[in-house]
Design a binder for this molecule. Structure first.
Ligand code: BTN
Length: 261
């Protein structure tokens, strides 16, 4: 049982203005997404953004931990998108595009997107997105879009598993997390409007232009199987397109890229 959306009345969608943000800042939290979830339960509005200087239990996709020392950007955007559940995967991709838009001008280097929503610079991961949703009657009523960006490489060192795989913006240029947050949210608002309006062409084009996996051989785990083949980018619905060795095409909406070369 789930409650009725506040965005429709008798099935007629209300006209909604552009996304406006209301920022809630903290020094330390377990996870910005935990705080955003609590705020959502108390009725917080769409556009509420929880940002913290550090997280003690930052989490990533597939139950991984997100290294969250001071100097990074950790935020969660609370959304009440009321979009069809089949499009929920596009929320994270939208955030990935926004992060790429925000960091490229600051760094002066192209940012790449590794499906579905990892952001890479110089071949290493610089940011990630974790989207948690609540779906009711096949529509996404609540989405918590958590964004973590490696900004200042900590002097105290980084976990072994990140060495050689992750990059911090401070290794390339000096950026303040607060300035970055503004740029990310500005870009996110634009992509989110397009997503809500169903205008996906520009998103798909921009995503494919930045696609790290395009033309590469990949292995993708989804549900109970692994699909191997040549990545052909994403299709009009945002699904990953893989050309299998037999020549048949497989599309994957949700999964984890296990390897690419
Ligand atoms: C990933 O690449 O696995 C996703 C990482 C997402 C990390 C961000 S940091 C802000 C928000 N709070 C969390 O606990 N996780 C997300």
């Amino acid at each position: 049982m789930c409650s009725q959306s506040t965005d429709s009345y008798n099935g007629t969608p209300m006209i909604r203005g552009p996304l406006e943000f209301s920022i809630r800042s903290f020094d330390e939290v377990s996870s910005t997404s935990d705080i955003a979830r609590e705020l959502a339960k108390s009725g917080a509005a769409e556009g509420t953004v929880v940002v913290a200087k550090r997280q003690t239990a930052g989490r990533g996709r597939f139950s991984s931990r997100w290294f969250s020392p001071e100097g990074g950007l950790y935020c969660t955007v609370l959304l009440r998108p009321d979009i069809p559940a089949q499009r929920s995967h596009l929320l994270g991709m939208t955030a990935g595009l926004a992060v790429a838009d925000a960091i490229e001008p600051a760094i002066g280097l192209p940012a790449q997107l590794k499906w579905p929503n990892d952001i890479y610079l110089t071949g290493k991961k610089v940011a990630g997105v974790l989207t948690e949703t609540e779906v009711c009657n096949e529509r996404v009523r609540l989405a918590l879009v958590g964004i973590g960006i490696n900004v200042q490489r900590p002097d105290s060192g980084v976990p072994d598993q990140l060495r050689g795989r992750a990059v911090w913006l401070s290794e390339l240029v000096g950026v303040r997390p607060a300035d970055l947050l503004t740029a990310v949210l500005d870009a996110f608002a634009l992509w989110y409007e397009m997503l809500r309006s169903g205008d996906l062409g520009g998103m798909v084009e921009s995503y494919n232009r930045r696609g790290l996996l395009r033309g590469r051989d990949v292995e993708v785990r989804s549900a109970d199987r692994v699909t191997a083949g040549r990545c052909r980018g994403i299709d009009a619905r945002g699904a990953l397109v893989i050309e299998q060795p037999s020549g048949s095409i497989k599309t994957i909406v949700e999964g984890k890229v296990c390897s690419w070369s």
